[in-house]
Write a protein that binds this ligand. Structure first.
Ligand code: ADP
Ligand code: MG
Length: 251
């Protein structure tokens, strides 16, 4: 089945997710087009991480359905073909960089393409070097993660995700664990990726960055999408009282 370019790459329909008695995602409906950059904002505990973890199957959900690039995830879905395909097509960058500490920077980036995609070492290395160069750390390739700054480690994590040639990139607060002086270098690399047309869903508290790169901003509160729209509209003239209240606290 070939999808036309205007078909959404992510489609969520009435997705509901519970952790025991806690109703964490409530009737989430969302469609994301190829090339779109969507920023998700909301208070701590509102369900942002859960939302994006559902998209790449890191969390199960109980109702609704999720389609990612033509692969459908169903409620309580255990490991399936669709899940495997989604995991290889969707890249994710977390707040904690989650690099393999015992592998060099280069080996961190070549591992998945070799293991999962079956690339030979020469091809994987060539791609890794190109990506490390692109995120500005080609001179660190033989070092170990612990020898790098947080900002450098996060850029390695980005290169590692990109090495799998993802169709979609998910970011969960990628700069929240960084010292302030390192936030800019990671946001720059993400900005570049957005400019090149990558489809991205980004959870962040960097409101200036959100305003600049987002095609659409989604405000989530207590598991509900309360408001969404272009950044100017959501930031400058939020329609919902809960959005107004949240923004007055963070802006
Ligand atoms: P956010 O990313 O917006 O801070 P999360 O998606 O992490 O929010 O969490 C949403 C809610 O779900 C919070 O109340 C959180 O405590 C709860 N939660 C998250 N993960 C789990 C889990 N594994 N088990 C139980 N509750 C969880
Ligand atoms: Mg979170």
């Amino acid at each position: 089945m070939t999808a036309s370019t205007s078909d959404p790459i992510v489609r969520m329909e009435r997705v509901n997710k519970h952790f025991g008695d806690l109703h964490v995602l409530k009737d989430i409906k969302l469609a994301i087009k190829p090339g779109e950059v969507v920023v998700v904002i909301g208070a701590s505990g509102s369900g942002k991480s859960t939302l994006i973890r559902c998209i790449n199957g890191l969390e199960e959900f109980q109702q609704g359905h999720i389609e990612v690039d033509g692969n459908e995830l169903v409620p309580d879905g255990k490991s399936s073909k669709a899940l495997q395909r989604i995991r290889t097509e969707v890249g994710m960058v977390f707040q904690q960089f989650n690099l393999f500490p015992h592998l060099s920077v280069l080996d961190n980036v070549t591992l998945a393409p070799m293991k999962v995609r079956g690339w030979n070492r020469a091809d994987a290395t060539e791609t890794a070097e190109r990506l490390l160069n692109r995120v500005g750390i080609s001179d660190q390739a033989s070092k170990y993660p612990s020898q790098l700054s947080g900002g450098q480690q996060q850029r390695v994590a980005l290169a590692r995700a990109l090495a799998m040639e993802p169709r979609l990139m998910l970011f969960d607060e990628p700069t929240s664990a960084l010292d302030p002086e390192m936030i800019g270098e990671v946001l720059d690399a993400m900005r570049e990726l957005a400019r090149e047309g990558m489809t991205m869903i980004i959870v962040t508290h960097e409101m200036g960055f959100a305003r600049e790169v987002a095609d659409r901003v989604i405000f989530i509160d207590r598991g509900e999408i309360v408001e969404e729209g272009p950044p100017q509209q959501v930031f400058d003239s939020p329609r919902n009282e809960r959005t107004q209240s949240f923004l007055s606290r963070v802006l």
